[in-house]
Design a protein around this ligand. Structure first.
Ligand code: PLP
Length: 531
């Protein structure tokens, strides 16, 4: 059983990879991830075999082969010019620490397989809880390590965090009362019958994340019962419209189970008016969840945390550490205002998760879970509040710089200004902008639509070509216009997180996009012909 005992010889490929990863990570990634795009269908040919190999391989042979087929065609997410997604560079120190975590192979489902990792995870949840809710010392002394309470649940990401929050909301709305044993025991049907509701609904803006749809499906609420509320022009939910929707639902005997505020929408990075939503939830007597999967980390900045004012009034909050907190994937959390909330989803089993035990698995959706909390812990300690202050402020201010830069160009149009460090824009030649403004002013819907369709084609062309060239990467998304004639459709989307992304890179990104746009022989000529 040599593979369990003998360390890999240092001269092997694997040894070299390890050495480089710990001493020269950026160089390793730069050299080994090839910039030239190989079509996915070509790559698939390297992963065609469908039988488990009969004979074992040498680890170094395996590593050698994977360098060619896998590493070479991975995505260079840590490149400073990779500014398209929420996945970005990691601080160097998480590499050796993650190796320690994997080596220890602790299972956080229960104390018997995790021991000290359990209080560590509870501490991380406590720190994050304090960051948002800022309760007293005695609050944390009482509840942080209490067997019958939870300040939150650690999970693999924002999706599971949102599911957990809505699971709790659902179980609290249909909790045990009288001879009804609660939805967890008796099911949704019995719950609705007992309480006399015809249905349950969840209210969230049109910019809500698709994981909420998955949650509604999974929890038996149904995707159609996620009621999408339009946003105002700044991509923030229109609270009056949400109130009206709630009234209409009440008239149909449909109980609003939860309203969800988004703090940092995935597409535009905007933050809903959280205080107003908290007031509305209070009026409706329903659960108030804030999806701050991406934006929540901004609370680590004393300078900008005011942007999320009102978040402390949420009953539950989703925060992904693997987004703006520089922790590797999957590190998500849901935090609970009330340490009793998690009891709504408590499950017990005989061999583990016994009643009164501190096993985390009795209050988490997931069963076996890795010790990822350690890496959040590591980042909180090593980077610290002062470090995060610099990192977050830097990203937000860089986004503001980039927005100004875009506005200064005659041939780019800022579509959504950055509230945090995410913005969207598109390439629109100056004369087309003039034509578009004119068409909007005169309510010429046909012309506006025609221009936008051509611009969509141009934006897609530029984004795809830029990705293929491999020098830089921005993503694209389609923003459905809520009510705004002049706006928009397909846009470039930029998320700034890597501290090594300099102003020069942002300037180059625009220059490259302009150059590509001018090579386009299909959409651009038509646009120019119109104007
Ligand atoms: C990323 C994100 C999610 C989903 O999180 P995962 O970690 O990808 O599961 C949910 N909501 C928002 C607002 C997000 O940005």
């Amino acid at each position: 059983m040599r593979i369990f005992t003998l360390p890999e010889a240092p001269h092997s490929t694997l040894g070299q990879i390890e050495k480089e990863l710990s001493e020269n990570l950026m160089g390793f990634l730069k050299e080994n991830i090839v910039a030239v795009e190989k079509p996915l269908t070509e790559i698939e040919k390297d992963f065609q075999a469908h039988q488990v190999p009969a004979s074992p391989s040498f680890v170094s042979d395996y590593a050698e082969q994977m360098m060619q087929t896998l590493v070479a065609h991975s995505v260079h997410t840590s490149a400073p010019s990779f500014i398209g997604h929420m996945t970005s560079a990691l601080p160097y120190f998480v590499l050796p620490l993650s190796k320690m975590m994997v080596g220890l192979n602790q299972n956080l489902v229960k104390i018997e397989t995790s021991k000290a990792f359990t209080p560590l995870e509870r501490q991380v949840l406590g720190m994050m809880h304090h960051l948002v809710y800022g309760q007293s010392d005695s609050f944390y002394n009482n509840w942080m390590h209490s067997a019958s309470h939870s300040l939150g649940a650690f999970c693999s990401g924002g999706t599971v965090a949102n599911i957990t929050a809505l699971w709790i909301a659902r179980n609290r709305v249909l909790q045990a009362s009288g001879d009804f044993k609660g939805i967890a025991a008796s099911g949704l049907m019995a719950g609705l019958r007992h309480y006399g509701y015809d249905d349950l609904a969840i209210l969230v803006s049109t910019r809500g994340h698709y994981s909420l749809g998955k949650s509604a499906d999974l929890l038996g609420i149904g995707r159609d019962n996620i009621v999408s509320i339009p946003c105002s022009d700044d991509n923030k939910v229109d609270v009056d419209k949400m109130r009206q929707a709630a009234e209409q639902l009440a008239a149909k005997n449909i109980k609003v189970m939860a309203i969800v505020g988004v703090a940092g929408t995935t597409e535009t990075g905007n933050i809903d008016p959280l205080n107003e939503l908290a007031d509305l939830a209070h009026t409706l007597g329903c659960h108030f969840h804030v999806d701050a999967a991406w934006g929540g980390a901004s609370l680590l900045s004393n300078k900008y945390r005011y942007l999320l004012a009102g978040i402390e009034r949420a009953d539950s909050i989703t925060i992904d550490a693997h987004k703006q907190m520089y922790v590797p994937m999957g590190a998500g959390m849901v935090l609970f205002k009330d340490p009793e909330f998690a009891n709504a989803i408590k499950h017990h089993a005989e061999y583990i998760l016994r009643k009164g035990s501190k096993d985390l698995g009795s209050q988490t959706l997931e069963g076996s879970r890795p010790g990822m909390a350690m890496l959040v812990h590591a980042c909180l300690q090593v980077i610290g509040r002062d470090g995060y202050e610099i990192l977050i402020n830097n990203s937000l201010e860089k986004a503001r710089y980039f927005a100004e830069l875009i506005k200064q160009q005659g041939d780019f149009q800022l579509v959504s200004a950055p509230e945090l460090c995410l913005l969207t824009y598109r390439y629109v030649p100056a004369q087309v902008q003039a034509l578009l403004t004119h068409a909007v002013k005169h309510d010429d819907l046909e012309l506006v639509t025609q221009i936008n369709q051509l611009l969509d084609g141009l934006t897609k062309f530029v984004q795809k070509r830029q990705r293929e060239q491999g020098k830089s990467f921005v993503s694209r998304t389609r923003i459905t216009p809520d009510n705004n004639l002049g706006l928009t459709s397909v846009v470039f989307r930029v998320v700034l997180a890597n501290p090594l992304t300099g102003h020069d890179i942002l300037q180059q990104v625009l220059a490259e996009q302009r150059e590509i746009a001018q090579q386009d022989a299909l959409f651009l000529p038509q646009l120019l012909a119109l104007s």
